[in-house]
Design a protein around this ligand. Structure first.
Ligand SMILES: [Zn+2]
Length: 96
């Protein structure tokens, strides 16, 4: 039985090398397309809307934009990974 399973290299996809994964996350303010990026392709710092600090180039971070926004790619934001995770916990309007 000299059978070899070698049909692995057909899965390569022409996506951008910096985008490792993309998923839809449900949040209180709607669905968001979320991408975890290594940041290695970044050439300039981005300002994180969560903490208002800059994300230095080559820092792994999260890119997110509203799923229902037709021009979402233009309104996408770059977040520190922990800031994105903390986003739901500090809702802008805590009704109290
Ligand atoms: Zn931040």
């Amino acid at each position: 039985m000299g059978r070899k399973n070698r049909r692995r290299d057909e899965e390569a996809r022409p996506l951008g090398p910096a985008v490792s994964s993309r998923q839809v996350e449900a949040h209180p303010d709607g669905d968001w397309i979320v991408q975890r990026t290594s940041g290695s392709a970044a050439t300039k710092p981005y300002r994180c809307p969560g903490c208002d600090q800059l994300i230095p180039p080559a820092t792994p971070h999260v890119v997110a934009y509203p799923a229902e926004d037709p021009s979402g790619l233009e309104s996408r934001r770059h977040w520190h990974t922990p800031c994105w995770s903390a986003r739901d916990r500090r809702a802008p309007r805590g009704g109290r």
